[in-house]
Design a protein around this ligand. Structure first.
Ligand SMILES: Cc1cc2nc3c(=O)[nH]c(=O)nc-3n(C[C@H](O)[C@H](O)[C@H](O)COP(=O)(O)O)c2cc1C
Length: 224
């Protein structure tokens, strides 16, 4: 493939991707394709490498029905989509600079030496307290973690589109109700996770509307 063909293929994937409103219930995503989507999520970057997320793949139809009751934006999609993912974010309890999760993540997952971990935690305290003022309210910390989850969200939808798989990101839910539901199901680790955003995957029924976007001159400003 030439460089220009590669560029065209990339743009094509982004034109192909649209917020799919109706999924074809007769079509299932190939397991290896879906595992590729999940692996892309897992490999996504996060601020200070915290990976403050978890991906719930909701297979249970009864649970999907309950999710539908709390999620107006998911409506039929949650029932019809081949795969339905709820992206959880870690809450303040896990992402505050002095949280046990942070310590064990740096030591065990990233393999850092203890002295390096204590330096990173000091740096993180400064960042959270002074630079981003995240310690002023626990919600700010949780929102910071939630922001990270939109990176795997986007990566998952892009790689899906590259494989010809449709998707729909979903924020149309009642936050309190969905957290109560998943908490009661024991899926939020006793409050260390909260729902951030959802995403449905499958295959379209309808031809999407032509894409409309603001002009490049409006959204890109070159600063010389
Ligand atoms: C974070 C996020 C949340 C969204 N929530 C919903 C939703 O709950 N239900 C829905 O049908 N579409 C939802 N959308 C789809 C947007 O409305 C859609 O992406 C936007 O209008 C652009 O259209 P396109 O994706 O087809 O290009 C969401 C999109 C994003 C990025």
């Amino acid at each position: 493939m030439s460089d220009s063909q590669k560029r065209e293929a990339l743009i094509h994937a982004h034109e192909f991707r649209h917020a799919t409103k109706q999924f074809d219930t007769s079509k299932s995503i190939d397991q290896a394709d879906f595992e590729t989507i999940l692996e892309v999520a897992r490999l996504s970057p996060s601020s200070v490498g915290l990976e403050p997320w978890r991906f719930l793949v909701i297979e249970n139809k009864a649970l999907r029905e309950k999710i539908k009751q709390t999620s107006w934006g998911a409506k039929d999609k949650v029932m019809d989509a081949s795969r339905f993912v709820i992206i959880l974010a870690r809450t303040a309890a896990d992402v505050r600079y002095d949280a046990n999760y942070i310590k064990t993540h740096y030591l065990d997952t990233l393999g850092f030496k203890p002295e390096r971990v204590s330096g990173i935690r000091q740096m993180l305290e400064h960042f959270q307290r002074d630079d981003f003022k995240l310690l002023d309210d626990p919600r700010y910390l949780t929102d910071w973690a939630k922001r990270q989850t939109y990176i795997p969200l986007a990566n998952m939808m892009t790689v899906a589109a590259e494989m010809g798989i449709d998707s729909c990101p979903i924020e149309g839910f009642n936050e309190l109700e969905i957290n109560q539901l998943l908490g009661a199901e024991g899926l939020l680790d006793g409050g260390n996770f909260t729902v951030s955003v959802m995403v449905a995957f499958g295959y379209r029924v309808n031809v999407p509307y032509p894409k409309t976007r603001r002009p490049v001159t409006d959204v890109v400003q070159w600063v010389e």
